[in-house]
Design a protein around this ligand. Structure first.
Ligand SMILES: [Zn+2]
Length: 127
């Protein structure tokens, strides 16, 4: 798969790629995925307190993320379609320069990790 080659590259540390791989396969321990596995819990997105925590909300659609995806789009002078992770990663295929493609892929993977990191800081350290 194209997105696989995009996220597993020499320019991205494997643990960072792994988070994106898990998100793609719906294996991040978000409230939604824990509920699907039988955990009974009340869900609220810690980044906005406006919605329950589904994977799509937490990583793609939360107002916190929308600002980040727009910022990346503005930085690279491209339009990022944040309707799905596949759509975001497909943005990398629009560029012919391998160097820009590589930097964009790293930015996307690091953004996914940053969102998860911030979510955990809010949830577990209240910061
Ligand atoms: Zn949110």
């Amino acid at each position: 798969m194209t997105w696989c080659r995009t996220i597993w590259s020499d320019s991205i540390p494997p643990p960072k790629s792994f988070t994106t791989w898990r998100l793609f396969h719906r294996r991040m321990p978000t409230d939604e995925n824990l509920q699907l596995r039988g955990c009974s819990l009340v869900s609220m997105c810690n980044l906005c307190n406006l919605s329950s925590e589904t994977s799509d909300h937490l990583f793609l659609l939360c107002p916190f993320d929308v600002d980040l995806w727009h910022w990346i789009g503005d930085t690279f002078h491209i339009q990022i379609d944040n309707s799905s992770l596949a759509a975001i990663l497909s943005t990398c295929n629009l560029h012919c320069s391998p160097q820009i493609k590589s930097v964009l892929a790293a930015a996307i993977v690091h953004t996914v990790n940053t969102i998860w990191h911030c979510r955990n800081l809010c949830r577990f350290q209240d910061s």
